[in-house]
Design a protein around this ligand. Structure first.
Ligand SMILES: [Zn+2]
Ligand SMILES: [Zn+2]
Length: 432
């Protein structure tokens, strides 16, 4: 975290520390162990004693020392958001296939339906994502004149720039799809916008009518058909995404996984009211907004998905293992169309704690500042299990008395740590 973001982070924590309890009294639906846990974890984030840590020491000269606190990974934690984004980018970019042309499509929901999609459970959110994929298959098939199965990476996003609840889908879609009859890949140069709009409207409204069987929904659906005769708003990135953006996933991450209100945007908190700013799509200007503290907390927590909810989903050929089989055929088909875009998609490995630290400070955190030797794990404190590794103890027990080769300590830096040979393996919360 940069020094500039620190004061805002402290404000953010203070707001939750002072008002979370009061907020849950007013909004009892958030008074659950799940939300309380997210808040508690977020408040403890960065505190080595509460969250656990790994301590490194220089075993060469004994001077160098470095403490790495565990991150909380709470979806409410703005401090962990950056790590989350990095991991997200890595996950998505590994699912993209080199040479395949993808397009970025946004499927929106008109304002009058947003409340319907604000459900505490998975009643509509999962079907919402699924019907996005169905809609695109439908459009592709209609354009081609026979059934096609595309590949889609669907990401649900619930907030607009000011943090309000505006659910919509970001879709990374293959341009065209698999034709099961002809057993070949069928490339589509474009998707007709008016058709996409109308189809999206039909698929979304049909899904809502089937899932939420109330009078009100029936009325809303009718209103939507009369009010939006052109269908619902969809955006299609004009160019083939990979040719324009070196990394589609990095480009998407900006839109999709950024927190509702980023740390840098909180300007003021006086104990009752919070002021923050954002760049408005409408006016293209920086807008400032002051809201009372419960509204602020509400805007943050309304974007937390139900426990276990998958925000990124893979559909169609993108989802199946047969993609590997289809890949050659897809490449062949695309080569005929316009030549393969070589290395269009960069595969990005997630950065380790060490790399992130080095990038932001220019210093290798695990190199001893005194003698430049690599430091080693000295002590690991797990938030639940206490001290699970103690090098000093190991030395006392005669760890180095034998000539047995020592393992490379850096290889233990993953999510799972094996403290001692034959010891227990524990899953650790993420590392900073
Ligand atoms: Zn040293
Ligand atoms: Zn955190």
């Amino acid at each position: 975290m940069t020094a500039a973001a620190l004061p805002a982070w402290n404000l953010f924590k203070q707001i939750f520390a002072e008002h979370w309890e009061g907020f849950t009294r007013v909004h009892p639906r958030y008074h659950t162990p799940y939300y309380d846990g997210l808040v508690a974890k977020m408040l403890g984030c960065g505190d080595p004693a509460k969250m656990g840590y790994i301590e490194y020491r220089c075993l060469h000269c004994g001077q160098g020392k470095h403490l790495v606190a565990m991150s909380c990974k709470s979806s409410l934690c703005l401090r962990c958001a950056k790590v989350y984004v990095d991991n997200w980018v890595s996950q998505v970019s590994q699912m993209l296939h080199e040479g395949v042309i993808y397009r970025h499509i946004v499927l929106t929901v008109p304002e009058i339906l947003r409340k319907t999609l604000y459900q505490p459970s998975n009643i509509v959110l999962s079907p919402f994502m699924r019907c996005g994929a169905r809609c695109l298959d439908d459009v592709f098939s209609r354009v081609r004149g026979k059934p096609l199965k595309g590949g889609y990476i669907m990401v649900i996003q619930t907030h607009g720039r000011n943090g309000q609840y505006t659910p919509h889908l970001h879709c990374i879609a293959t341009s065209g799809g698999w034709d099961p009859q002809a057993q070949q890949w069928s490339h589509l140069e474009y998707s007709p916008y008016p058709l996409l709009r109308k189809k999206w409207q039909w698929h979304l409204l049909t899904m809502l009518r089937q899932r939420v069987k109330t009078q009100e929904i029936r009325r809303l659906v009718d209103t939507c058909y009369t009010r939006y005769r052109e269908g619902f708003v969809t955006n299609v990135q004009k160019d083939d995404v990979p040719s324009r953006y070196q990394s589609l996933a990095t480009y998407l991450a900006k839109y999709v996984v950024s927190p509702p209100i980023s740390l840098r945007r909180i300007d003021r908190y006086d104990g009752h009211r919070v002021t923050y700013h954002y760049r408005s799509h409408k006016s293209e200007r920086v807008e400032r907004e002051t809201v009372d503290v419960y509204t602020f907390i509400g805007r943050m927590v309304q974007h937390v998905f139900p426990k276990g909810f998958q925000r990124i989903r893979y559909y169609g050929v993108q989802a199946t293992k047969t993609f590997a089989r289809l890949k050659g055929l897809i490449h062949e088909a695309l080569a005929k169309v316009k030549g393969i875009i070589k290395d269009a998609i960069k595969i990005i490995a997630p950065m380790t704690y060490r790399q992130r630290y080095q990038r932001s400070t220019g210093r290798d955190p695990l190199r001893c500042p005194a003698c430049q030797h690599e430091m080693e794990v000295w002590r690991i404190l797990h938030p639940t299990y206490g001290v699970i590794h103690d090098e000093l103890e190991a030395i006392r027990r005669g760890k180095y008395a034998s000539q047995a080769p020592r393992g490379d300590p850096t290889s233990r830096l993953g999510r799972t740590l094996w403290p001692t040979p034959g010891g227990i393996s524990l899953s650790m919360p993420g590392l900073w």
